[in-house]
Design a binder for this molecule. Structure first.
Ligand SMILES: Cc1cc2nc3c(=O)[nH]c(=O)nc-3n(C[C@H](O)[C@H](O)[C@H](O)COP(=O)(O)OP(=O)(O)OC[C@H]3O[C@@H](n4cnc5c(N)ncnc54)[C@H](O)[C@@H]3O)c2cc1C
Length: 536
């Protein structure tokens, strides 16, 4: 994946239309690019920032059916997501693994209640099932979760779901699309939609953020897969377009691995204000979250509200024997859900808004795909391309992604081993590390990343900035913001060498990254109050 080569491909194509132009390089857009390319269509994907810069790097990292949606009675969403969970495990076994979740029970009624609920969850998964759920005694619960608060504990229920590294899967999806002939570019915002004489969208104008150059490209179908920015693109088409997306923010706090010391996660099905909270082991750390706070407008780096931080710390403290405090937080990350407003729905209660996806075709022929979940990206892409084929009068070629191996596919990776997230690419990075002792060096004692990963990210994964490398190609910023800042000068030096940049560029990169990282260290919070959520 080389950015210059990708841009050269766009130039060479000139006025010849692409079958599909995808706006947005998150899970949704990458999924569409994979689906289109593997059906044999010509496809161009344009991303305004970096791949996964938006919501798709900020999830809870679950490949799941959604126990909460089961409770809400959205059986079809749960079944669809459970099937997709199974397909993801099958097609990306290097990145998705089975994780046991324990619902700790402190009241007499919880064990039978959740025991039955989880059996239903197992049944709905059918042949795509993960491990079977079962009721645990108090001793078995503590064996699985030694750091759980013991006072009043009666037992628990264990069920199984999937876990993954979201930004890494995104990069592998982009690579899969490229492996099958797609052209992709990051830092290439779409700034305009073009229309033919009859007012149908027939292409886009994109602008290279690095050079300022504009490219006008033609398309048979333009797919708007911009998540929380959906309405921005729709208003390029029709300034009066009604708002479709209600943004809702969710925060996660990342703590040291010692808070869980387990290979199982905790699932709290009902927090004090009726939400679900997870504490999950992830990359040898503990991720706790999340919240569901309606906000007014989308942004790339939303700030956590003080109330959200307190809520997550307090709720985690009710279940963990060692109550976490602000000082224990190694990183905080905030993501925004692109929830679809249904006509007449109450958007002030975002936790009740549907997680189903929506396909919308404007009168101009702009095809928008929005909503859904990371877990269901493949199904969303298939649905989108089925509509695109009709809309763009493309050849009716079948979807092949159900059994498509995702780039990096490799079975048997140890999720605690070195470089495991890279799957089959891991050995290439190891080979790179063997080229010089400099590249084999671990960049910070708190995190496992080695210098070769920076070089790999620049050469093979289109990383253009220190943030790309430390936030998404590796997850350093999300795991430990202080350590990531300590890694920044070395990452900048290596990246500058790879990209042919000078010391001034490297210094500016370090300064920019350091400023961003302050936000992940709880140094900046949203000074306002979150809008009140209506209670049932
Ligand atoms: C807190 C939280 C936790 C979650 N946890 C889970 C979970 O555990 N499991 C799960 O399955 N789902 C989860 N989700 C949902 C999941 O993360 C989202 O559904 C998914 O990431 C949305 O992907 P997307 O591609 O639609 O949006 P995004 O990832 O935001 O991608 C949209 C992209 O469009 C780009 N863009 C915008 N404007 C332009 C333009 N003009 N030109 C070019 N590009 C543009 C943006 O830069 C962005 O990269 C969670 C969501 C949140 C917020």
């Amino acid at each position: 994946m080389n950015r210059e080569e990708m841009i050269a491909r766009v130039e060479q194509r000139g006025a010849e239309p692409w079958d599909v132009v995808v706006i947005g390089g998150g899970a949704t857009g990458a999924g569409v690019a994979v689906d289109a390319a593997t059906r044999g269509f010509s496809v161009l994907l344009l991303e305004r920032e970096d791949f996964a810069k938006g919501t798709s790097s900020r999830s809870t990292k679950l490949v799941h059916g959604g126990v909460r949606y089961l409770e809400q009675g959205n059986i079809s969403l749960v079944m669809e997501a459970l099937k997709e969970r199974g397909l993801l495990l099958q097609n990306a076994p290097h990145l998705v693994h089975d994780l046991p979740f324990v619902v700790p029970n402190y009241s007499w009624w919880e064990t039978p209640f959740y025991g039955i609920g989880m059996k239903v969850y197992d049944v709905l998964a059918g042949k795509y099932g993960f491990g079977k759920s079962r009721i645990l005694s108090k001793e078995e619960t503590l064996e699985r979760l030694p750091t759980l608060k013991q006072e009043g504990l009666r037992g628990g229920v264990v069920y199984h779901d999937g876990q993954f590294d979201d930004a890494r899967l995104l990069i592998d999806l982009i690579k899969t699309a490229v492996d099958h002939g797609a052209t992709v570019a990051n830092y290439m915002p779409v700034v305009e939609l073009t229309k033919d004489d009859e007012g149908f969208v027939n292409g886009v104008v994109a602008q290279d953020s690095e050079t300022g150059r504009k490219f006008s490209v033609q398309a048979r179908v333009v797919v708007n897969a911009t998540g929380i920015f959906t309405d921005e693109i729709r208003r390029m088409d029709d300034a009066q377009a009604k708002t479709m997306v209600q943004p809702s923010q969710g925060i996660h706090l990342v703590l040291d691995g010692s808070f869980l010391r387990a290979n199982s996660a905790i699932m709290v099905p009902h927090t004090s204000d009726g939400r679900v909270l997870f504490a999950i082991p992830w990359h040898e750390h503990t991720v706790v979250g999340t919240t569901d706070t309606p906000i007014d407008a989308p942004s790339y780096e939303p700030l956590p509200f003080e109330q959200e931080i307190e809520f997550v710390l307090d709720t985690a403290g009710e279940y963990l024997s060692h109550k976490p405090t602000r000082a224990d937080v190694l990183s905080v990350y905030v993501g925004i859900r692109p929830l679809v407003k249904a006509a007449g729905s109450d958007s002030s209660k975002t936790s009740a808004l549907s997680r189903d996806h929506t396909i919308h075709i404007d009168q101009s022929g702009l095809l928008t795909i929005v909503g859904g979940k990371w877990t269901t990206y493949r199904h969303m892409a298939e649905d989108t391309m089925n509509h695109a084929i009709t809309l763009g009068k493309l050849d009716d070629k079948p979807c092949v992604t159900k059994d498509l191996k995702i780039h990096g596919y490799k079975k048997g990776m140890d999720p605690h081993g070195d470089l495991w997230v890279y799957g089959s690419d891991a050995e290439k990075i190891q080979a790179l590390a063997q080229e010089s002792p400099e590249l084999a060096q671990q960049m910070n004692p708190q995190l496992p990343q080695i210098a070769a990963e920076v070089v790999w990210a620049a050469r093979e994964e289109m990383a253009r900035t220190v943030e790309d490398v430390l936030a998404r190609r590796t997850r350093a910023l999300f795991l430990n913001a202080h350590s990531a800042v300590a890694m920044a000068p070395e990452a900048a030096r290596l990246l500058a060498r790879e990209l042919g940049k000078d010391d001034a560029w490297a210094n500016a990169q370090v300064a920019q990254f350091t400023e961003l990282a302050a936000q992940y260290m709880l140094e900046k919070v949203n000074p306002g109050k979150p809008p009140e959520e209506k209670k049932d």
